[in-house]
Design a protein around this ligand. Structure first.
Ligand code: MN
Length: 207
């Protein structure tokens, strides 16, 4: 059974960049609904007690009539679990250490990464996510639709070509509409002030 994780900061802690009401509804309603619906879809199957990351990475093994529900809601669980960890009241600034070096190598610096990541977040048509991912020794920026995850990207099995999520932003309207309405660019700009680069650095595997 999946449970809704507690946040390590208050709903109001990311103000003014992400407002308390948005955080409260996003976590206690949207994220909780993904948890509940995933549990409902998994009920009565052998997958109920497996890690959701493992289930999502092997969607072809779950019963066909549950596959869409698990892809959408289980993806929502994984993506939001990660998203809250990408944010911090002490966030902002720039990446350091091995992650900084890898960003310099892959994008030519932090500013070019910001531009590329922002572009992905703004050009994701409709609901979805933008990601900084590690693929072997390389970093790249990708976007996914709905609640698809880097763990389900591509035809290649995850074991052969894992895309390791380093940083993500939720660009579903529920992530910003209360404060920013249709102004997604302002939300994405504000996001950089609360990015937890220490956590991103922990997710990065220095080769
Ligand atoms: Mn969301």
């Amino acid at each position: 059974m999946l449970t809704l994780p507690e946040l390590s900061y208050d709903y109001s802690a990311l103000e003014p960049h992400i407002d308390a009401k948005t955080m409260e509804i996003h976590h206690s309603k949207h994220h909780k609904a993904y948890v509940d619906k995933t549990n409902a879809a998994l009920e009565g199957t052998e997958f109920l007690d497996k890690p959701i990351e493992e289930i999502i990475s092997n969607l072809d093994q779950v019963p066909e009539d549950k596959r869409a529900a698990i892809r959408n809601n289980g993806g929502g669980v994984i993506n939001h679990n990660m998203f809250w960890m990408c944010l911090s009241p002490q966030g902002g600034g720039e990446p350091e250490g091995g992650l900084k070096s890898a960003i310099d190598d892959a994008f030519g610096g932090f500013e070019p990464l910001k531009i590329k990541f922002t572009e992905a977040a703004l050009t994701q048509f409709g609901s979805g996510w933008a990601w900084l991912v590690q693929d072997g020794e390389n970093l790249s920026v990708i976007k996914t639709s709905n609640q698809d995850s880097p763990l389900t990207m591509g035809e290649t099995a995850i074991a052969e070509s894992p895309l390791r999520p380093i940083l993500c932003i939720d660009v579903w309207e529920h992530a910003y509409y209360l404060k920013y309405q249709n102004r997604r660019p302002e939300y994405v700009e504000a996001f950089w002030n609360v990015v937890d680069w220490k956590e991103a650095g922990r997710k990065f595997v220095d080769k």
